[in-house]
Design a protein around this ligand. Structure first.
Ligand code: GRF
Length: 201
């Protein structure tokens, strides 16, 4: 059984989508740990209520190396096949990333490489793009710059606010994240340079 460790910092709606896909039998995996760097994250309480193993590992006041060492120790104890970042608001160190080669994925609410970093939906609105979307990518040391696994496109409407655009993108996030995770777990994708190539499926 494929073992997922899910890292969150907040609401946890992508975590819920992944859990839902597992429960419906669409994703052959098990969530072996949910970690939040913010003890007050709503997603942590939700996960505990679902009976998922949870760990609150506060990052406040800790340096990046120090925090990632603690995170690695927690993850190593549950031997994840894939580390899933789902709204985890911290940059991971090179040491952490090297510990799980091609085993860390993230979702970002824009069509990367456009609008990396914080407030991607606001950046898209301010830039005036007509289309935005979301991107699932492998995690490398550079923020939001790893090889792209899957993308979905959504239109930007003239009357959109940051919230309305974020909500439209989120629907697609919840659809493609479990799908992309399944693709990786089934070994259906390999890297050629920075291009992710489908090998079967
Ligand atoms: C999502 O928009 C995701 O793309 C971004 O952070 C947000 C997390 O939302 N990385 P949630 O906590 O999964 O609801």
């Amino acid at each position: 059984m494929n073992r997922l460790a899910v890292l969150i910092s907040g609401r946890g709606s992508n975590l819920q989508a992944i859990h839902g896909a597992i429960q419906r039998g669409q994703l052959d995996a098990r969530i072996v740990l949910v970690v939040s760097n913010r003890p007050e994250a709503a997603g942590l309480e939700w996960a505990a209520g679902e009976g998922l193993p949870v760990l609150s590992l506060p990052s406040r006041g800790l340096g990046r190396e120090e925090y990632d060492a603690a995170l690695m120790a927690a993850l190593d104890a549950v031997e994840p096949d894939l580390v899933v970042l789902a709204g985890f608001m911290r940059l991971l160190t090179g040491r952490f990333i090297e510990r799980y080669p091609q085993q860390i994925v993230n979702i970002h609410p824009s069509l990367l490489p456009a609008f990396p970093g914080l407030h991607a939906q606001r950046q898209a609105l301010e830039y005036g793009v007509r289309w935005s979307g979301c991107t699932v990518h492998w995690v490398t040391e550079e923020m939001d710059a790893g090889p792209i696994l899957m993308q979905a496109v959504v239109p930007v409407d003239e009357g959109d606010t940051e919230d309305s655009l974020a909500a439209r993108i989120l629907v697609e996030e919840h659809r493609i994240y479990p799908e992309a995770i399944g693709m990786v777990l089934r070994g259906e994708v390999r890297l050629e340079g920075r291009r992710a190539i489908r090998v079967r499926g």
